[in-house]
Write a protein that binds this ligand. Sequence first.
Ligand SMILES: C[C@@H](C(=O)O)C(=O)SCCNC(=O)CCNC(=O)[C@H](O)C(C)(C)COP(=O)(O)OP(=O)(O)OC[C@H]1O[C@@H](n2cnc3c(N)ncnc32)[C@H](O)[C@@H]1OP(=O)(O)O
Ligand SMILES: [Co+2]
Length: 134
Amino acid sequence: MRKIEHLGIAVKDLKKSNELFSRLFGKEAYKEERVEDEGVLTSFFQVGDVKIELLEATAPDSPIAKFIDKRAEGVHHVAFAVDDIYAEMDRLKKAGFEILNDVPKKGADHKLVVFLHPRSTNGVLVELCQDDVK
Ligand SMILES: C[C@@H](C(=O)O)C(=O)SCCNC(=O)CCNC(=O)[C@H](O)C(C)(C)COP(=O)(O)OP(=O)(O)OC[C@H]1O[C@@H](n2cnc3c(N)ncnc32)[C@H](O)[C@@H]1OP(=O)(O)O
Ligand SMILES: [Co+2]
């Protein structure tokens, strides 16, 4: 794992949170992107060499909707950049972690992503992401 690629923050209202985080960082989100398969509408802020991903649910069964129902708005996941996602999946599986996806899926902002179940990572939802070169 090379570095933290982004922090995911679950929000109820992306428009309002974009305003809030724009004020916090002193700059606008550099993009918004809908990821239909995850049931999310995202926006991204660049802060140094780390990104902040805001996530609003687009469906009631979205992981973000469930998370906010059960808990509250707030930090939802930590995403780590990896060079070879298949090799990392293999390594982590052998090390006893529970990987939620058999194969990487298309994430936001040109990434291939997989998630580790928070019950195998001390309650922290971990995302791995690799640049999608296509
Ligand atoms: C666009 C992309 C990108 O960056 O490119 C994204 O980030 S998409 C980001 C959105 N997509 C995802 O999150 C996909 C991966 N996530 C999932 O598959 C799911 O959200 C799970 C992590 C498996 C949780 O699913 P679900 O809530 O249905 O399971 P569950 O109700 O059985 O919950 C199991 C336990 O996990 C906890 N739990 C749920 N979400 C959690 C989170 N984000 N961090 C820490 N714990 C979490 C619940 O509170 C519960 O704890 P207790 O057992 O203590 O009650
Ligand atoms: Co993410």
